[in-house]
Design a protein around this ligand. Structure first.
Ligand SMILES: [Zn+2]
Length: 75
């Protein structure tokens, strides 16, 4: 069994492996994806050494937008 190389993450990693950072689990891939959408110039090295978020992960970018800007049905 291979484990995610991100600090504080103990999830099993399956198939994604970086030459620089080692393996990463699917949950961290999703979190990294969201981070890069929000902050395109943020560093992957910083992400891998930042503790895993405790809060829930969003299913999609659309969900993040829907939460921040819900459709106003009164209008
Ligand atoms: Zn992970």
């Amino acid at each position: 069994m291979t484990y995610c190389g991100r600090k504080g993450c103990e999830n099993p990693a399956i198939d994604r492996r970086s030459g620089n950072f080692g393996y990463i689990c699917p949950a961290c891939v999703r979190e990294l994806h969201e981070k890069l959408v929000r902050e395109p110039f943020s560093s992957i090295a910083d992400f891998m050494t930042s503790p895993k978020m405790k809060s829930r992960l969003y299913d999609s970018v659309q969900e993040i937008i829907d939460i921040e800007f819900p459709v106003d049905l009164d209008n």
